[in-house]
Design a protein around this ligand. Structure first.
Ligand SMILES: Cc1cc2nc3c(=O)[nH]c(=O)nc-3n(C[C@H](O)[C@H](O)[C@H](O)COP(=O)(O)OP(=O)(O)OC[C@H]3O[C@@H](n4cnc5c(N)ncnc54)[C@H](O)[C@@H]3O)c2cc1C
Length: 536
């Protein structure tokens, strides 16, 4: 049996596992990725990538490759259309898409099939020396003690076996996670118990029908008979290929379901389709009770799953990967203290809980709306309510994941982490940093380091604030990059001249003057003096 020694074992090389491996590999941390599939599954799903996710690709140094892989023309509008009863109906609107918050991110959003995203990430991790990527290998067991973890794996075709030993294991192995189960982490939540069909098909008739709408990439159809769920089309390209999902009866299968008739319920017209794929999955809202047990962590769909409404799953999972990745790298390099690893769950789980709640509330809101209003029963009342719903969709987005309540962030006293907030250019502790041009013409995002960065915006070039932080960082053995500039517009929009930025571009602390207690500020952000959680 082959034996491999490494630092981090990543089980599952879907997008989240690959993102984690890229984060670790770029930090110089040896890791092994075990992925059952030799090639990504050719199902488009996970297509909507947020501007924030594109920032990850920028730091993984493959954002250009990702955009080149997209099947959409550059700048094609990514938002969606919402239609009542069918795409042929009288009532529809085009809500503002994620582009409305684009100015708060250094990259713009993108859309492409998940298998192409995975191909870009596979190429990236293969280029990183510290990463050993084993495609075609399945993890079969994990075990751990106080000092290490061991994973056994089997090569699926050949039956070849190997044992890998490392300091940590991370389960990025999807909704039916072996790592979660073998680490003894329970999972619970609202099981919506709804079977969904997923079809990929080509249809010139659908392309012709969609010409009645402004150009968009997704089309969701609301219907009273769906109890708040959607019939949903997404463009795979701007030609004739689409993917479609919709609730179906619990016993539906490829042999007994007439998928074309389900599609025609949504289009409202005869829609000849040639199918490339028909599959099924069970729609759930689920969150693991813990994201860590000892030396085992879980991330992405293995930690949480929810209906793909709003396109959060993959984006949330990639943020998990980046959050955990920099913390593992910091602890393994020696400057991060052990309690830093506990902050992963304390930051990421509340964000998912809020996200799952928002999705289930949305389903319930649509269900109530559809039960209560109907243009057949009372057209005037329906049109008034439909207009109000449309107006609600154009309100400023309130999805803004933040870590104000994190133990390793200097957030406001008594605050909690979560997904609800608002976007602003102000540099607030616990929130994502917005981009801003430096006087050099480069953006601050082009200067941020892979470890902590202090942005020191001083009047008259006073070097003392940065020097105090630098001395404190040296004393703690912590790497710190310093970026200095003046406190003029547009940097003045940060409203704080001193900003301590984490490796994941979140603000850990911001303030007005050089603190005497720079050491105290830095101790917390590396997890020193933070109470570590007990792990059974
Ligand atoms: C119809 C649909 C549409 C969606 N649309 C969006 C969207 O627009 N935006 C969005 O953000 N999300 C979307 N999602 C969600 C998104 O696809 C998932 O959240 C994403 O795939 C999660 O990635 P992951 O890496 O955590 O898990 P997965 O993609 O499930 O990857 C897990 C990997 O682990 C491997 N694996 C499992 N067990 C083992 C083992 N024992 N050994 C080795 N390998 C193993 C699997 O082969 C797999 O490659 C959608 C999902 C669906 C179903």
């Amino acid at each position: 049996m082959r034996r491999i020694q490494t630092s981090v074992i990543v089980v599952g090389g879907g997008p989240v596992g690959l993102g984690l491996a890229a984060t670790l590999g770029q930090a110089g941390i040896p890791c092994v990725v075990l992925e059952r599939r030799t090639e990504p599954a050719a199902i488009p799903k996970g297509q909507n990538l947020t501007a924030r996710t594109l920032e990850h690709f920028y730091y993984w140094e493959c954002a250009d490759e990702l955009r080149a892989a997209s099947l959409l023309p550059a700048e094609f509008p990514i938002g969606g259309i919402t239609a009542y009863e069918s795409l042929a109906g009288e009532y529809w609107y085009a809500p503002a898409g994620r582009e409305t918050v684009g100015d708060f991110y250094f990259q713009r959003n993108e859309r492409l099939p998940q298998y192409l995203t995975e191909s870009v990430l596979r190429a990236r991790v293969r280029s990183l020396d510290p990463v050993v990527a084993l495609f075609g290998w399945s993890a079969t067991s994990i075990s751990q003690d106080g000092d290490s973890v061991r994973v056994t794996a089997q090569r699926d075709q050949a039956g070849e076996r190997c044992e890998i030993e490392g300091a940590y294991v991370v389960g990025c192995d999807g909704a039916r996670s072996l790592v979660r189960e073998q680490a003894g982490i329970a999972t619970g939540g609202a099981d919506f118990n709804t079977r969904m069909v997923l079809a990929v098909f080509r249809s010139p008739a659908l392309s012709a029908q969609l010409e009645r709408f402004p150009p968009r990439t997704t089309y969701r159809v609301l219907h009273q008979e769906l109890a708040g769920y959607w019939r949903f089309f997404g463009r795979v390209d701007v030609g004739e290929t689409y993917f479609f999902h919709a609730p179906v009866p619990g016993d539906a299968s490829a042999s007994n379901l007439d998928v074309q008739s389900v599609i025609e319920r949504a289009t409202g017209i005869p829609t000849p389709c040639s199918f490339e794929h028909v599959g099924f999955w069970d729609l759930r809202v689920n969150v693991a009770d813990a994201y860590r047990r000892g030396r085992a962590f879980i991330a992405g769909d293995s930690a949480h799953s929810h209906p793909p409404y709003g396109g959060y799953g993959l984006n949330t999972g990639l943020e998990d990967a980046v959050n955990l990745g920099w913390k593992l790298a910091a602890v393994l390099r020696g400057w991060g203290r052990p309690a830093l690893l506990d902050s992963y769950e304390r930051e990421r789980r509340p964000v998912f809980v809020d996200t799952g709640t928002a999705i289930t509330e949305g389903i319930e809101r649509d269900r109530d709306f559809l039960a209560r209003y109907s243009p057949v029963r009372d057209r005037g009342e329906f049109e008034q309510a439909w207009g109000a719903m449309t107006a609600g969709e154009t309100a400023p987005p309130t999805y803004e994941p933040h870590y104000e309540g994190s133990p390793v962030v200097w957030g406001p006293e008594g605050s909690a982490s979560g997904a609800k907030g608002y976007h602003t250019f102000e540099a607030r502790a616990g929130h994502h940093l917005a981009p801003a041009a430096l006087s050099s013409g480069r953006d601050v995002f082009e200067e941020l380091g892979r470890e902590y960065t202090l942005i020191a915006l001083t009047r008259g070039g006073d070097p003392r604030p940065a020097a105090r932080f630098q001395a404190a960082a040296d004393g703690l053995g912590m790497p710190l990059r310093v970026v200095t500039d003046d406190f003029e517009w547009p940097r003045a929009a940060y409203q704080r001249p001193l900003i301590l930025v984490r490796p994941d571009q979140y603000v850990a602390w911001s303030g007005d003057e050089a603190p005497a207690g720079a050491t105290e500020i830095l101790r917390r952000v590396i997890g020193e003096g933070v109470h570590a959680q007990a792990h059974a």
